[in-house]
Design a protein around this ligand. Structure first.
Ligand code: FMN
Length: 443
C-alpha cells in the first residue's frame, strides 16, 4: 500500500502499547474481578504482564482535576488518578525493558521544570521514558492554576510548539561527557527564560515524544515535533485515511514519513471462539453503558438534567437548554447545533424503535475502537494491518484492571508471532530502540 506523498515504507510488523486509563474510560470498575485504580499493585501487574508480552510501552493519561458534568463534579466517574511521573518512576524499578509514557500537558506546565522531570525519569529508567504531549481541551483543569482557563484552541498549539522546542533544546544542552552544559536562552511570545540544564543525556539521549490531539493544528504539530502519534483512528479504512494524511503532513514538514509512527487507541475483546468473544462484547457493553451512563451521555448534549427520563423509554421530548451548555464544561454540542442534533437523534431513535439506552449504545458503536473475535481471527486481521503498514502499533486500553491484558499476552501475541508480524524479543534496552527510531542529533 502506498500512502500520500514521499517514500513511506511499511515495517511489516506491529507492536503494542498499553494505556492504563484509570478514570473517564471504558474500564469497568464495578465488577467483582476489578482491582483498584490507585493501588500500585494494579499498575505493577499490568506493566509486568505487558512486558512479558514484549509491549513497547506502558502509558498513563493525565487528568489533573475531576471531570465536570453540567457544571458539577461528574458523579459517575471513578475518582483517583495518581500522578503519571511518580507512578512511572516506581514502575521503572519493577520492570526492565518496557517504555514508560507520561501524558503531560503543555498548557499548564513550565518547560524547564517538565523537561527536567522527564529527563530524570529517562535517566532512572535507563532510557525508557516518553512524553505524550497534550494541550488539554477543557477549562475546568485551568481552574486548578492561577492562570485560569487561558489559551484559545489555536494558541494552545503555538504555545505547545514553543514549549517542546525549548524542552528539546534543554535536553540537547545538558552536560555530556567532556562537554559542559550550555545555557539555553529563549525570548519569545510565550517564554523568556535562561536555563542551565543540569542533567546529562540518557541512554536514548532524550525522552521519546508522543502526541495525542486530533485537530489539523494537532496533526501538523505532531508532524513537526513528535516521534509517535497516539491516534484515535484504529479501524482499517479510517486508519488508512489517517496514515495518508500524516504522511503528507510529515513530508510537508520536511521529514521522512517513517519518522512519525502511529499507535491508535484500541480495545480488544477476545475469546477462544468467535461466539465467546461476541458474548463477552455484549456483556461488556452492558457494563460500560448502564442506565445512568446513558442518561449522562444525553445530558452532555441537552445541557440539563434528564434524571426524570426512563433510560428504557424514548428520547426526551424536551429541547436542549443550550444557554447552559458551555464548551469548557462538557463535551457536548452548543447552540443551534444542539437543537439540530436532538431533532436528528429523536427521529433516528423513533425510526429504529430504540430506547435511550439502546440509542446511546448504538451511538458509542460509531466510535467503537474494538477488535472482537477469536485469537486466530483477530491475529489474521492485525497481520493485514502489519503488511499494509497502516499503523505501527496499537495502544490497547484494557477494559478490566488488572487482568485485562492476560488474554492478549497469553494468546494473541503468540498468534501474531506465528504470523511473523510481532517482535520475538526486545530489540534493545531503550524505548527508542524498541520503536526503531533514530537518535536525535545533538542540536
Ligand atoms: C488518543 C488520545 C488520548 C488523549 N489523552 C489525554 C489525556 O490523558 N489527558 C488530556 O488532558 N488530554 C488527552 N487528550 C486530548 C488532548 O488534550 C488534546 O490536546 C486535545 O484534544 C486538544 O487537541 P485537539 O483539538 O488537537 O484534539 C487525548 C487525545 C487523544 C486523541
Amino acid at each position: 500500500m502506498t500512502y500520500g506523498s514521499g517514500d513511506f515504507r511499511p515495517s511489516g510488523q506491529i507492536q503494542f502499547g498499553v494505556f492504563f486509563q484509570g478514570v473517564n474510560s471504558g474500564t469497568i470498575w464495578k465488577v467483582p474481578e476489578a482491582g483498584s485504580q490507585t493501588d500500585f499493585e494494579s499498575f505493577r501487574r499490568v506493566a509486568q504482564t505487558a512486558e512479558r508480552g514484549l509491549f513497547a510501552a506502558f502509558f498513563l493519561g493525565e487528568g489533573l482535576r475531576l471531570r465536570e458534568h453540567l457544571g458539577r463534579i461528574h458523579e459517575l466517574d471513578v475518582a483517583g488518578r495518581p500522578d503519571a511521573q511518580t507512578m512511572l518512576a516506581a514502575l521503572a524499578g519493577v520492570t526492565e525493558k518496557i517504555g514508560l509514557v507520561a501524558t503531560q500537558n503543555t498548557t499548564y506546565n513550565d518547560p524547564a521544570d517538565l523537561a527536567r522531570r522527564l529527563a530524570s525519569l529517562d535517566l532512572l529508567s535507563g532510557g525508557r521514558a516518553a512524553w505524550n504531549i497534550v494541550t488539554t481541551d477543557n477549562a475546568w483543569t485551568g481552574e486548578n492554576f492561577r492562570r485560569g482557563g487561558y489559551l484559545d484552541h489555536a494558541d494552545r498549539y503555538t504555545h505547545a510548539e514553543a514549549f517542546v522546542r525549548l524542552a528539546k533544546e534543554i535536553w540537547a544542552s545538558g552536560p555530556d561527557g567532556a562537554s559542559p552544559a550550555r545555557t539555553v536562552r529563549h525570548e519569545g511570545r510565550h517564554y523568556t527564560v535562561e536555563v542551565a540544564p543540569s542533567l546529562p543525556p540518557s541512554a536514548q539521549r532524550r525522552p521519546v515524544l508522543f502526541q495525542a490531539g486530533d485537530s489539523a493544528e494537532g496533526r501538523d504539530f505532531a508532524a513537526r515535533q513528535a516521534d509517535v502519534i497516539f491516534s484515535a483512528h484504529p479501524k482499517l479504512e479510517d486508519a488508512r485515511t489517517f496514515r495518508a494524511d500524516l504522511v503528507d503532513r510529515t513530508v510537508a514538514a520536511g521529514r521522512h514519513p517513517n519518522e512519525l509512527l502511529i499507535f491508535p487507541a484500541s480495545e480488544f475483546i477476545l475469546g477462544a471462539t468467535e461466539e465467546e468473544a461476541r458474548e463477552k462484547k455484549a456483556w461488556l457493553r452492558e457494563q460500560q453503558i448502564g442506565p445512568q451512563q446513558a442518561i449522562a451521555f444525553l445530558e452532555q448534549f441537552w445541557g440539563r438534567s434528564l434524571a426524570e427520563y426512563d433510560p428504557d423509554g424514548p428520547l426526551p421530548e424536551a429541547d436542549p437548554v443550550v444557554e447552559e451548555t458551555n464548551e469548557t464544561r462538557g463535551s457536548g454540542f452548543h447552540g443551534a447545533r444542539a437543537r439540530q442534533l436532538a431533532d436528528q437523534w429523536r427521529a433516528e431513535a423513533k425510526d429504529k424503535g430504540l430506547s435511550i439506552r439502546q440509542f446511546v449504545t448504538s451511538q458509542s458503536a460509531r466510535r467503537d475502537a474494538s477488535f472482537v473475535g477469536s485469537y486466530e481471527s483477530v491475529a489474521d486481521h492485525l497481520a493485514e494491518y502489519a503488511r499494509d503498514g497502516v499503523v505501527d502499533g496499537f495502544n490497547i486500553s484494557p477494559w478490566l484492571i488488572p487482568s485485562g491484558l492476560d488474554d492478549v499476552v497469553n494468546h494473541l501475541v503468540p498468534a501474531l508471532q506465528e504470523r511473523g508480524v510481532y517482535p520475538d524479543e526486545y530489540r534493545g534496552s531503550t524505548l527508542r530502540e524498541h520503536l526503531g527510531l533514530k537518535e536525535p542529533s545533538r542540536a
